[in-house]
Ligand binder design. Structure first.
Ligand code: C5P
Length: 396
């Protein structure tokens, strides 16, 4: 699966380094060529001999070999790699990466790497939860680093909580996903995704709309398509191109979006309602451009149809996912929407968090279903989309 891929495996000084041996073995067995870079402290946790044997390549720790002066070029290494995977990544190394500190070969290689970078954090639960660590991880995500989330459970400190490095097999799955080798788990399924802003005309030149960029919905459509689903993207106004392999149906108004969705829903396996649909539309649309006068002007608005609620009423065993963007009583409002519209789960966007909301490439969301709520950390909209699709996969 990873045949011919060049992977630098970075190992830092954590007890979880013992799992790097298994990780390295799995990557090599999957066909990857692996070169291992270790921090000086990592050598205390797992021997270079072990890692050199498993990776079939000499281990790189120092900038040069003190015996013969041979230079370990971090620049060449960075150019060679298709992926730089740092597993385990300590709080210390992530803090240095977040600020650009370059005091060992593993870090200079990070700064030189032109390829995607992924880190699998490993540390004690309090270190992981600390504001400083969370802030550094958010910075890394903004810098485009993929975080392979740690699991919860028994920790070397004797405590139990979140901070265990992800299991080697899960890291390999995450690596494959990064290389686009996702499981085609939704093959044969058809989903409708709504995205973007609707446009409600006032007259031939003016309209009512909103700030939705469509990025979240397009990311969901892409994530579904990558797992083999047939996707119809019912799209309001956006500046985005349709993702590869996705059928796009362009609509303008809430009414047009309603028609396009209702028509297709019965034959589908589900729908993800990401669009920011206008709740009101002008009662009548003027045929000619409205002339200004000295008087104020009122436009009478009428309610639009609720597309999600309509699909919810005829859902059957199809999957229906909604979004909520609330500015007050977030949780209660999202939960009542979950019930009212008959969603399987709802994605609550937090408008209060930095990095969440309309136009950006990142989002902070909570996935809410009948059983409870799962808060996700700040992540790219594409990663949020994958988490949504993971949940859909379990429901299908
Ligand atoms: O009620 P509210 O607009 O907050 O609900 C948001 C959810 O309902 C989103 O999933 C949105 O796409 C969907 N919706 C819809 N049709 C409407 C209004 C909202 O599908 N007319």
């Amino acid at each position: 699966m990873l045949k011919g891929k060049h992977i630098i495996l970075g190992i830092t000084g954590s007890i979880a380094a013992y799992k790097s041996a298994v990780l390295c073995r799995l990557l090599v067995s999957a066909g990857a060529e692996v070169k291992v870079v270790m921090t000086p402290l990592a050598k205390q946790f797992i021997t270079p001999l072990t890692m050199a044997t498993l990776s079939q390549n000499p281990i790189l720790v120092d900038f040069f070999n003190p015996e013969n002066g041979e230079w370990n070029s971090h620049v060449k290494l960075g150019e060679w790699a298709d992926l730089y995977l740092i597993a385990p990544a300590t709080a210390n190394t992530m803090a240095k990466m977040a600020t650009g500190v370059a005091d060992n070969l593993l870090l200079t290689t990070y700064l030189s790497a032109r390829c995607p970078v992924a880190v699998a954090p490993a540390m004690d639960l309090d270190m992981y939860a600390h504001t400083a660590t969370q802030r550094n991880m958010e910075q890394l995500q903004r810098d485009g680093v993929h975080i392979i989330e740690p699991g919860s459970g028994f920790l070397a400190s004797g405590l139990s909580g979140k901070g265990r490095m992800a299991e080697p097999q899960d890291i390999v799955e995450a690596v494959k996903a990064l290389f686009g080798e996702k499981k085609k788990s939704l093959e044969g399924k058809h989903f409708i995704v709504t995205a973007g802003a609707t446009i409600e005309p006032i007259d031939p030149v003016r309209f009512i709309s909103n700030h939705s960029s469509g990025k979240m919905g397009y990311a969901v459509a892409e994530a579904l398509a990558e797992r083999g689903a047939r996707v119809t993207l019912v799209s309001g106004r956006t500046a985005l191109d349709a993702p590869k392999g996705v059928e796009r149906v362009d609509v303008l108004s809430a009414e047009e979006m309603y028609e396009a969705c209702v028509e297709r829903f019965v034959a589908s396996d589900g729908a993800v309602m990401c669009a920011a649909v206008a709740d009101y539309t002008p009662r009548s649309v003027a045929d000619e451009k409205l002339k200004k006068s000295d008087d104020d002007l009122s436009i009478e608005l009428k309610r639009t149809k609720d597309i999600a609620a309509t699909l919810g009423a005829e859902k059957g065993d199809r999957v229906l996912v909604g979004f909520a963007m609330e500015t007050q009583n977030e949780m209660e409002n999202a939960q009542s929407k979950l019930k009212r519209k008959n969603f399987d789960f709802i994605v609550l966007n937090s408008l209060r968090e930095a990095g969440a909301g309309f136009r950006g490439d990142t989002n902070v969301v909570t996935l809410i279903d009948e059983a409870g709520a799962e808060e996700l950390p700040l992540m790219s909209k594409r990663d949020v989309a994958d988490r949504i699709v993971d949940k859909i996969e379990k429901l299908i």
